[in-house]
Design a protein around this ligand. Structure first.
Ligand code: CA
Length: 224
């Protein structure tokens, strides 16, 4: 899952980005409304954390643009303005949740799990394929109930392939899911992640296979 973090206070942004990365999320951080508008046009983020008081305007101005998209991307508004009227304004504009600063990181993570579970995302909590299951809320893969330890990028590749199971996922889509704006992507890095993941799934008898379509992308299927 790739998260867009729109926050202009550097310390706050750094703390949130670290917490989210520890939670195996890819974080793109932008400090202004203008950069946020640019960032959301790519539709690569699974959720948006949005500060209101930004140097170039009210973060709520981003919401109509996000809501014009068809994917129902969850939005959590983060702000120092905790007053009731401000909360209602945020929710009325189409935010999914509202968190008043200061808040505990654990609470943000719990709220994030909650909005990602909602039907707007049209995704079940857990997807099963073969003997593999993936819990999107806890971001864990397991084989017959035993947790499969995977590095962050392999977990992100697996997540994206499972969300689009049996369909080809384009290389660019996978790369966007795995790398943030500031990451450098080496040309064969994706293939390396996929081949390691494929080997681990085979070793664990997951009963799924990842097929490569040369130059196009990958798809994950149950083994027949
Ligand atoms: Ca701010």
């Amino acid at each position: 899952m790739r998260i867009l973090l729109v926050e202009d206070e550097p310390e706050m942004a750094a703390a949130l980005a670290t917490a989210l990365r520890n939670y195996d999320m890819v974080v793109d951080h932008v400090p202004t409304l203008a950069e946020a508008e640019e960032a959301v046009s790519g539709e690569v983020h699974g959720a948006v954390l949005l500060d209101r008081q930004l140097p170039d305007g009210d973060g709520l101005a981003l919401i109509p643009k996000l809501r014009a998209r068809a994917d129902g991307v969850p939005i959590i508004v983060l702000t120092a303005r905790g007053e009731l009227a401000d909360r209602i304004a945020g929710l009325d504009r189409g935010a999914d949740d509202y968190l008043a600063k200061p808040f505990a990181i654990e609470e943000l993570l719990a709220r994030l799990r909650a909005v990602l579970r909602r039907p707007a995302g049209l995704q079940p909590d857990v997807i099963r394929a073969g003997r593999l299951s993936f819990d999107f809320g806890h971001r864990e893969a397991s084989i017959d109930g035993v947790r499969l330890e995977l590095p962050r990028r392999e977990l992100l590749v697996l997540e994206m392939l499972l969300r689009r199971m049996s369909r080809t996922v384009l290389r660019a889509t996978l790369e966007q899911a795995v790398y943030g704006f500031s990451d450098e992507i080496q040309s064969n890095a994706l293939d390396t992640h996929v081949s390691r993941l494929r080997r681990k799934l085979a070793e664990a008898n997951a009963a799924v296979e990842i097929r490569g379509i040369r130059g196009v992308g990958y798809l994950l299927k149950r083994q027949p």
